[in-house]
Design a protein around this ligand. Sequence first.
Ligand code: ADP
Ligand code: ZN
Ligand code: ZN
Length: 729
Amino acid sequence: MIARVEPLTTARALRGPFDYRLGEAHGGVDVGSVLVVPFGRRRVLGVVTSVASESEVAPERLVEPLSALEADVPAPLVSLGLWVAEEYCSTPARGLALVLAPGTGTGSGRPLRARRSLLAAVTPAGCEATEGPRRLGARQQAALRALAEGPMRAAALVRASGCDHAGLRRLEERGLVRLDETAEPARRPVFAEVGARPGAHELTTAQRYALAEVTAALDAPPREREPLLLHGVTGSGKTEVYLRATEETLARGRSAIVLVPEIALTPQTAGRFIERFGDRVAVLHSALTARERYDEWARLRRGDAVVCVGPRSAVFAPLEALGLIVVDEEHDPSYKQEGDPRYDARRVAERRAAQEGAVLLAGTATPRPEAWHSLRRISLPERVDGRALPPVEVVSSLEATGALHPRTREALDAVRRREEKAIVLLNRRGWSNFLSCRTCGRAWGCPECDVTLVLHRSAGRVSCHHCGHTESVPSACPDCGSVSIARHGAGTEQLGDELEDLVHPLPVVRLDTDSAAATGVGPLLERFEREPTGVLVGTQMVAKGHDFPEVTLGVVLDADATLRFPDFRAEERTFALVCQLAGRSGRGPRGGKVIVQALEPGARPLRHAAMHDSAGFTAGELERRRALRYPPFGHLIRVVCSSAEPGPEQEAAEAVGERIEESIARATPGATVLGPAPLFRRQGRERSQLVVKTVERAAAIEAVRRAVDEVAADRVHGEANFAVDVDPQ
Ligand code: ADP
Ligand code: ZN
Ligand code: ZN
């Protein structure tokens, strides 16, 4: 047998697969096995992507693998990893690295033991042989005695009895022992009922209907199984539907993956799964040590855990017999990976579900236009208790005194008097987002990036939010010596201070990356939950799926700041942010309301968000995107070229652009190349970007890949680096 092995190397130029001969010792090797193979003079790790009976390589040049690791992956994950590599213009090694046991190839995981692929069992004849006087060596007898206790892995038997491999083979020839190459320990999930709890709630009619749709899909023939979108307003009980859908999946002997945005930020969802399914859940979150991460992975691989809850990477959980993939809060941008491979877990989930015959269930209150357009929709139009969604008032920031509008002050004051809770969102951290000299106009910028430095007053620093550069707060202008320095644009730190005065003596909890850096997110959310009354203030982190019933007021400041970004998703983002924050208010018996401050209160996303009108917003958004051929009616591929000095990045981008234009003219009419356009300097790198807009996705990806590979291989462009992002966010 021949194993085709893709080496796990970072070298872009080195592409397998390469053929290796499988000898006797490699009986259990199959697609998904991870092998140590000789490669030239080195040994490298590689993944078996296929097996064949013949090779084109001359037999005398074929070598055998050195060993196999115990942590292999199910075969469908190999094709998924390779698909990701193709789809996101990455390398097979990087695509495969996503699906392997944590730490494989990087050495950061637990040392993996070689896999023992032979199971030895004694035959009836062998049982008798231990009793009667047969001509057996002492070691062979010891082996038979050991096997009388039950089957053993061959390698363990060799150690226990001292009888070597050849000796075992002779016992096999005499019919005394069976050596079974496929007799691996059962890898199919074991569905014990331990820890299971019945549903916690009587389902509402809408939930029941939604669940029926999911179970119908579970029971449908794979071909007719459609991916589903659970469009449920905030507080409509989507999580309960996911829980029940998971129960139904397990009841059918299948496993489930539940993707959530960030566990630290939304611990409630993962908590509900653990509460309901106990030990059958493995949770993969970023706070795990490498060791814990490996152990959770191994529990899933063995089938000890049959539900995996985790962020985007959990889409690669090594589960077999997969029946359901839930994507909670499908609008959340964290589903897109920022480094190579820049995959989108929502798209990967769809692919995996289709490939393995699982049901995809994406849920949110604010679906992306892509999901709205392509998934079959089920809705939960009301909150579980029949309570109305909170009324939303949009007011003009221009009428604000300081950061807050008089209406906002009034509302916060009412929260203080009634001892309730409020959540205030301002998507800007720090104290002031830039400093300038009142005398000469100097602005404090980052030396590495073309952006201004943000003042963090309690830390006594001004910092760059793009590269981490920080310096101490200036006391005087280095250009003109003036000590008169103006602070512009309040951030969450300053707002927190202002709120403390306003709602005194209510506690104010600030939640942003700075406050979370000290303690982690958990303690901050717990504190806000524990306090009977108070204000939670922070960046978009406060708008995630939190479920705090005592919150009666939600406030968004500078809500249309996101609209001022030149990005086709600006409207969608703004709409989602406001709706999601609004969704945190009025979840309890006291009801609630929402105030939104904006420079343009009439902006379309705000108007729709104020009415909690996803359908109306999305319809308009789809129309606009259809006209402009933006997703889902076209695909975008972004290429960013960068270099340390100005010049090479621009030349490289032009060269890539020309090559794409050429192949597009031939192969993908209807595609356009926008740019190259300069991007602001970041982390000391000059940047230039191209955007390809196309309706023919695969052809365009191929064209971009070829163009980038060619230009990157050209010495002339040796100074430039390249990053390709398919479906940029
Ligand atoms: P969503 O994710 O749709 O915003 P959640 O799943 O957080 O909503 O549910 C909101 C609250 O309603 C939770 O506290 C949950 O326990 C509760 N809940 C869910 N389903 C029901 C039900 N059928 N009856 C009563 N309460 C429910
Ligand atoms: Zn100055
Ligand atoms: Zn910087």
